[in-house]
Design a protein around this ligand. Structure first.
Ligand code: NAD
Ligand code: IPM
Ligand code: MN
Length: 361
């Protein structure tokens, strides 16, 4: 029997409300599809832990995670008590970098029954995946403030792109596009305004494209790409973007499907040298925390992506993934639904309904 060792880190805010539902569904899938889960839950990587210890994670966090197959992660951030750059650089961004999770896969899909804000769209019109570069680019702490506090104050914030970093995410996206029926790859750029890194990114794209003659490549500036996410979502199949552009696209895309409360993500180290991390796209949502109305589907779908990755899309992991996704489809169609989907159910009602469905498949 397959055993998956999973570190469960709930984090802050609604991370603590959606995690139990994610675990509930994982347990249901384990009993239905015949695998074992060895869960290790951690209360660090949270702003509560920071309040007690003055840092987000223990010094030996890597040792504590030694031997886990994957990290299942809720959300981090509580800006009322800890500045966001401190909490995120001290936790999530550290995982992505130190575990070299250079691919952030963020599927976007319109479900039947979801309140799509775009006129006239039906299921199938919005169905693509954002491949976000996840370890470099615009996300750096390189730079500084000069003449601080004076009229001459100057701020410099560097971006860093490496050939290694760009090529590996482009290769992943080309491979993914090539494996899909439509073989359409959109590459986010901004080579008109960002005069050094983005023309360079375009050149890396062109070079990679030579190895994939069957993939249709469409470079689009990020501004019009955002507009087309809204106006022509059916154009997209695989979309690859740098760290910041991918971050923005992966909230915009789910918003066009009715709510970001559905959107999952897989932070992958494809070589499996380090654990990968699976988490909702959304954050800790302080504005709704404590009311038990957070949509747990992003967390639950992320769990399905985790099982799929752990089993390399084979056997019981793939079956469990497919069953969870089908249960999500059923529950979005027929309820119960949380308020972001137009319902009045609580977080645990949705988790229970999905878990029950999974057991029945
Ligand atoms: P957010 O994603 O937490 O919330 C944005 C809006 O979406 C809010 O109105 C919220 O109520 C709603 N929302 C989010 N998830 C929902 C769900 N599951 N169900 C229903 N509604 C949902 O973004 P924010 O407000 O910009 O950030 C809040 C905190 O979370 C900040 O500290 C931020 O840095 C952090 N954050 C963390 C992550 C992460 O851990 N991966 C991601 C984004 C933001
Ligand atoms: C996300 C989040 C993070 C990011 C923040 C919290 C640092 O928005 O996972 O999309 O920008 O990557
Ligand atoms: Mn984001």
């Amino acid at each position: 029997i397959n055993t998956f060792r999973i570190a469960a880190i709930a984090g802050d805010g609604i991370g603590k409300e959606v995690m139990p539902e994610g675990l509930r569904v994982l347990r249901a899938a384990a009993s239905r599809f015949g695998f074992a889960l060895e869960l290790r839950e951690f209360d660090w990587a949270s702003c509560d832990w920071y309040a007690q210890h003055g840092q987000m994670m223990p010094d030996d966090w890597k040792e504590q995670l030694a031997g886990v197959d994957a990290v299942y992660f809720g959300a981090v951030g509580w800006p009322a008590t800890v500045p966001d750059n401190v909490s995120l650089w001290g936790s999530l961004l550290k995982f992505r970098r130190e575990f070299d999770q250079y691919i952030n896969l963020r599927p976007v899909r319109l479900f039947e029954g979801a309140p799509c804000p775009l006129a006239g769209r039906k299921v199938g019109d919005i169905d693509y995946v954002v491949v976000r570069e996840n370890t470099e680019g615009e996300y750096t702490n390189l730079g500084g403030v000069m003449f601080a506090g004076t009229e001459r104050e100057i701020v410099i914030q560097e971006s860093v792109f490496s050939r290694h970093g760009a090529d590996r995410v482009l290769r992943y996206a080309f491979e993914l596009a090539n494996s899909r029926q439509r073989k359409a790859l959109t590459v986010a750029t901004k080579s008109n305004g960002i005069a050094i890194s983005m023309p360079w990114w375009d050149a890396r794209t062109d070079e990679m494209a030579r190895q994939y003659p069957d993939v249709r490549v469409d470079k689009q500036h990020i501004d019009i790409l955002c507009a087309r996410f809204v106006l022509q979502p059916q154009r997209f199949d695989v979309v690859v973007a740098t760290n910041l552009f991918g971050d923005i696209l992966s909230d915009l895309g789910p918003a066009t499907t009715g709510t970001i409360g559905l959107a999952p993500s897989a932070n992958l180290n494809p070589e499996r040298q380090f654990p990968s991390l699976f988490e909702p796209v959304h954050g800790s949502a302080p504005d709704i925390y404590g009311r038990r109305i957070a949509n747990p589907i992003a967390m639950i779908w992320s769990g399905a992506l985790m099982l799929d990755f752990l089993t390399q899309g084979q056997g019981s992991g793939r079956a469990a993934h497919d069953a969870i996704v089908r249960a999500i489809e059923d529950v979005i169609r027929s309820g119960p639904r949380t308020p972001d989907l137009g319902g009045d159910a609580h977080t645990e009602d949705v988790g229970q309904a999905i878990a029950n469905q999974v057991k029945e498949f």
